[in-house]
Design a protein around this ligand. Structure first.
Ligand SMILES: Nc1ncnc2c1ncn2[C@@H]1O[C@H](COP(=O)(O)OP(=O)(O)O)[C@@H](O)[C@H]1O
Ligand code: SF4
Ligand SMILES: [Mg+2]
Length: 343
């Protein structure tokens, strides 16, 4: 990893309109699902950057905005010095999509069941007019399958998706993203639908590929335990915002935000002689709806440290740097963590 910024997200928002009632229609009022509500982060070339949080916090929407599968409500996404949110020409979008690829949660749903593996992998080459001869196409398909360790290649080329295991399908999905030699891959919960026993193997393969081809990943997950193994840096999301961001080891060993602390508490620990048990997250209540975001610090109704100064007459806390690229958005993090006032 170096310090070159490959992708920069600035105050990004995605609000989906809620269906209006007749009264709202006539009064001109609109209500919104604030799926992504002002997030900013930089991704460095060659790193694995993780977006973590509970279901519904806006991870997939962020990934889809970066992939340009959704249009942003506000903010910028700068890829190699160009703001992709302002791209309108189909040609520019197509070129961008060669450089940035996505691995989806459900590899089965993202593949045409009537396509054999060789067709699944050939499709992007045909769409992007990348090869001129059948031999060139065959060579690239073989190379991508070798890269994801689906060997001997002949054994897999002519299989249909239903003839593959979940892990093998995710290897094919990864191979398909590699075929256009992208620079950035957005992987949205790539192992959450795979057998527990195969998850580590697939993540290991993805990491090897990333090192081999010097790729940059944005890894989206709700699972803190895989993120620690897999990532360089972590951004913790809550209800459309980033509440903590920093080096993966630092976040896990020294979490500053009450929400991150709770997520870490909830990770099951292997106890000798006992089965792993999923612990309950030690926070109050359920995640509120993104259509009805609490005032002030949006985490306050669930926070065990909440005080009136967190929500009375104040905005949501900004993400501020505590130390050494470790950022946190909490009015009370210093008191809670005994961080010196001048730190
Ligand atoms: N197309 C959509 N229309 C309306 N609401 C949406 C749409 N897509 C996502 N949402 C809402 O936005 C919020 C964030 O969703 P999502 O990005 O899928 O979260 P995550 O991937 O973290 O589970 C959720 O409240 C979800 O219901
Ligand atoms: S600002 Fe207050 S309510 Fe929000 S996370 Fe910090 S302590 Fe909790
Ligand atoms: Mg999701």
């Amino acid at each position: 990893m170096n310090d070159e910024i490959i992708l920069s997200v600035k105050n990004l928002k995605k609000w989906f309109p809620l269906r209006r009632t007749i009264e709202e229609f006539f009064s001109g009022n609109r209500r919104w699902v604030k799926a992504v509500d002002g997030i900013s982060f930089d991704v460095k070339r060659g790193e694995i950057f993780s977006l973590i949080g509970e279901s519904g916090c806006g991870k997939t929407t962020t990934g889809r905005l970066i992939m340009k599968l959704e249009e942003a409500t506000d903010g910028e996404i700068i890829f190699k010095n160009e703001d992709i949110t302002s791209f309108t020409s189909a040609e520019k979008v197509k070129t961008y999509k060669e450089h940035v690829q996505m691995v989806f949660q459900d590899p089965y749903a993202s593949m045409n069941p009537r396509f054999r593996v060789r067709d699944v992998l050939s499709e992007p080459l045909i769409i992007h007019k990348k090869v001129h001869t059948l031999q060139e196409r065959e060579d690239l398909v073989r190379r991508a399958l070798e890269e994801v360790k689906l060997t001997p290649v002949e054994e897999f080329m002519d299989r249909y998706p239903h003839m593959l295991s979940g892990g093998q399908r995710q290897r094919v999905a990864t191979a398909r993203t590699l075929i256009l030699s992208p620079e950035l891959i957005v992987a949205d919960e790539p192992v959450s639908m795979i057998d527990l026993s195969t998850r580590a193997e697939i993540l290991h393969m993805m990491k090897e590929v990333q090192k081999d081809l010097q790729l940059t990943y944005i890894y989206i997950t709700h699972d803190l335990s895989t993120a620690r193994y897999f990532c360089d840096r972590i951004a913790v999301m809550y209800l459309g915002r980033i509440v903590e961001l920093g080096n993966a080891d630092e976040i896990i060993e020294n979490p500053l935000h009450p929400y991150t602390k709770a997520l870490i508490e909830a990770v099951p620990e292997p106890l000798p002689g006992k089965e792993n048990k999923i612990k309950e997250i030690p926070i109050k209540g359920e995640v509120p709806s993104a259509a009805n975001i609490p005032k002030g610090c949006r985490f306050h109704p669930r926070c065990i440290y909440a005080e009136p100064k967190c929500y009375e007459g104040v905005e949501d806390p900004d993400l501020v740097e505590d130390s050494n690229e470790h950022f946190v958005a909490c009015y009370r993090y210093k008191e809670i963590n005994n961080v010196a006032e001048n730190a």
